[in-house]
Design a protein around this ligand. Structure first.
Ligand code: PMV
Length: 343
């Protein structure tokens, strides 16, 4: 269950707030077939979390020329640029040119490999579409979120989610769809935070560099459909061991691909590697747990609910682990306060 969102009295006109949770990919997205539309080279499968969240309030102001963006109480030029590009997509849909006030908060560290862009853009699109009364369904919201940050397409939905590669050049078939609700298989996730520094090479730049220079790019693309099928079947059958094997395989394959770029991309630190050994040791001892790692040094350990205490305790012992967050699986992006739009 998601924590009770802050309740807000009905907001004014063109004003709404939404909450979204990060998602963690089990079969990774790494590579774009279209950088403008943010279309992936391969499909991906993820789980949406519950206790980590982004809450975003958006207010469009008719007559205002500029956007004002506050992320965790601060303004950052690079992030503001991405938010403005996302607001532009919403304004295009509504055929308006109004500036907006955006206030967004995370309850977890931003830009440290915890998919803050996924929850951030899913919440922004959900709130912005509501503020402008666009009347979009979840698939349309997911496609808009995808344009802002690829993995945000998956955070519109809860539980287990697949984002299809699609074939069409306009991206209309590259959509995310729910595979299984969170409560149908309520796994838990422990996040071992090993650094809170912002990552040096963002995912878009890392994907571009990898596709241009890694000798493994073609085999990454060729082997992805089989991984997707294995993971999808494992999820539908609630087969933990099969999901563990394919998820660690996809994670290590993504990092092997990036490591082989020229120059190689190394997202791990020493503690990340120690955490990987720790998870493998626990699993050899019979604990149902596996790891996955994104474009940063944090390790996410996915486990059965009964194992969460033991997994957290083991990860906390590792030198270099700063703290261990823990989350269940949760729902997709939702509106938490809506504007009193006039007819
Ligand atoms: O959506 P982006 O641009 O933040 O890229 C996400 C890339 C990974 O997190 C490494 C993998 C994934 O599928 O989420």
């Amino acid at each position: 269950m998601n924590p009770e969102p802050r309740t807000t009295a009905a907001l004014g006109k063109f004003h709404a707030a939404a909450q979204a949770q990060p998602n963690i990919a089990l079969v990774k997205y790494w590579g774009k077939r279209d950088v403008v539309l943010n279309l992936p080279t391969t499909g991906s499968i993820s789980i949406t979390l519950d206790s980590l969240w982004t809450r975003t309030e958006v207010r469009f102001v008719p007559g205002q020329a500029h956007d004002r963006v506050s992320l965790n109480g601060r303004s950052d030029a690079a992030e503001t640029k991405r938010v403005v590009a996302c607001l532009d997509l919403l304004r295009q849909r509504a055929a308006v040119d109004w500036g907006a006030e955006v206030d967004s908060r995370n309850n977890f560290p931003t830009a440290a490999g915890l998919a803050s862009s996924a929850s951030g853009f899913a919440a922004l699109v959900r709130a912005g579409a509501q503020a402008l009364d666009l009347g979009l369904d979840e698939t349309e919201l997911s496609m808009l979120a995808r344009r802002c940050s690829g993995s945000a397409a998956r955070s519109i939905f809860g539980g287990y989610v697949e984002w299809a590669r699609g074939r069409l050049t306009d991206g209309s078939d590259s959509v995310a769809l729910p595979l299984l609700p969170a409560d149908a298989w309520p796994l838990r996730v422990a996040v071992a935070v090993t650094s809170i520094a912002a990552k040096q090479i963002g995912s878009s730049e890392g994907m571009r560099h990898t596709a241009q220079s890694s000798p493994f790019q073609a085999s990454w693309v060729a082997t992805q459909p089989a991984d997707l099928t294995t993971a999808r079947n494992a999820i539908l059958a609630r087969d933990f061991d099969a999901l563990a094997l394919v998820s660690e395989h996809s994670c290590l394959k993504m990092h092997a691909l990036a490591l082989a770029a020229q120059p190689g991309l190394l997202y791990w630190n020493g503690a990340t590697v120690e955490c990987m050994h720790c998870v493998r040791t626990l699993r050899r001892q019979g604990v149902p747990v596996f790891f996955t790692i994104d474009a940063g040094p944090q390790l996410k350990a996915v486990c059965a609910p009964s194992a969460i205490g033991q997994v957290k305790a083991a990860l906390r012992e590792i030198p270099g682990v700063l703290h261990v967050l823990d989350s269940g699986l949760g729902a997709g992006a939702c509106v938490i306060a809506i504007g009193a739009l006039e007819a």
